[in-house]
Design a protein around this ligand. Structure first.
Ligand code: A3P
Length: 323
């Protein structure tokens, strides 16, 4: 194919997406991202939405891939670090682990970012793909495959604060342009990138109940309180269980320590490195490591506001078994 015909094909594809997107419901209340579009029940910035549709149409996983899923700011980088360390534990040691030199996002690419236009654009030795795409919009190639899915969820109040601060920083719009009250209002309506949170979480929660061999549901807060137990659970689910000797040698604990917020955030790469994404602004790696705590929302939300959010989640999760 000549360069000219490639350019034509790509501009036809872009036009096709633009046409689909221009007919979708819009909202511009999540200010750091400008206009968002509602596609299949979830909100997206237009450039990412093109990639989501493209992934739905053409992404093909490798048969043994693990698909790491999350709503943004729920602990995606942490999940990447932990699962990568579990699977690669016999190939790397404490001094050669790539996590020492690379941001977890550089090791495990996002389906709708790095791989959207070209799913072969990846290191096939690393059997991981990450995504923020909701379960109900996941490419059929993944749902129909034998690939295992791991989802990380987090207290929505912490997700809101983390999302709000990250988006303000990355977009450079300034706190005064998007006060927390406004962000909370949008969040309660579900109108922010990959929102609504409750539908995102419920999609994976229900799938984990229906297909427990395929979908594992993990909570950020559980990883915080009992990391080794949940790392052991993940390893078993992934088909890489720890042997008795490994447990005696404390391998699950070593993985938890290696991937801890304190350790990862103190590495040179994560203090001073930069993450360059196609079609997105360059982000400083340290932006992905802010506080890493459960309950930081208490420093930002009044009890009244927290209760409002809790009440919404309680209603949405009611009857699902999810607390
Ligand atoms: P805070 O902003 O509350 O600190 P994501 O990776 O999905 O973008 O999520 C980012 C959130 O996960 C940030 O939360 C970040 O600090 C936290 N985080 C990153 N690495 C972590 C780790 N190793 N352990 C716990 N939390 C981590």
């Amino acid at each position: 194919m000549t360069d000219a015909s490639k350019t034509n094909e790509s501009s036809n594809t872009n036009n096709k997406y633009e046409e689909i997107i221009s007919n979708l419901p819009q909202d511009n209340g999540w200010k750091p991202f400008g206009k968002l579009y509602n596609y299949q029940g979830f909100w997206y910035a237009p450039s990412l939405l093109q990639n989501v549709i493209s992934a739905q149409q053409s992404f093909t996983p490798q048969p043994k891939d693990f698909i790491l899923c999350s709503s943004p700011k729920s602990g995606t980088a942490w999940l990447k670090a932990l699962t990568f360390s579990i699977v690669s534990r016999n190939q790397v040691d404490d001094s050669t682990n790539p996590l020492l030199k690379k941001l977890p996002h550089e090791i495990v690419p996002f389906m709708e970012i790095e791989l959207a236009q070209n799913s072969s654009n990846r290191n096939l030795d690393i059997p991981f793909v990450a995504t923020h795409i909701p379960y109900t919009s996941m490419p059929k190639s993944i749902i129909d495959s034998d690939c295992k899915i791991i989802y990380i969820s987090r207290d929505p109040k912490d997700v809101l604060i983390s999302h709000w601060i990250f988006d303000i920083k990355v977009s450079g719009i300034g706190l005064e342009s998007f006060p927390l009250e406004e962000a909370l209002e949008q969040y309660c309506k579900g109108v922010y990138p990959f929102g609504p949170y409750w539908d995102h979480v419920l999609g994976f929660w229900k799938a984990s109940l229906e297909f427990p061999e395929k979908v594992l549901f993990v909570k950020y807060e559980d990883l915080k309180t009992d990391g080794p137990f949940h790392v052991t659970r993940m390893a078993k689910f992934m088909g890489h269980p720890f042997s008795v000797e490994e447990k005696q040698q404390g391998v699950p604990e070593k993985i938890v320590n290696m991937c801890s917020f304190e350790n990862l955030s103190s590495l040179e790469v994560n203090k001073n490195g930069k993450y360059n994404l196609p079609d997105l602004p360059t982000v400083e790696n340290k932006s992905f490591f802010r506080k890493g705590k459960a309950g930081d929302w208490k420093n930002h939300l009044t009890n009244e506001k927290a209760e409002k959010l809790d009440q919404i989640m309680k209603e949405k999760f009611s009857g699902s078994g999810l607390v």
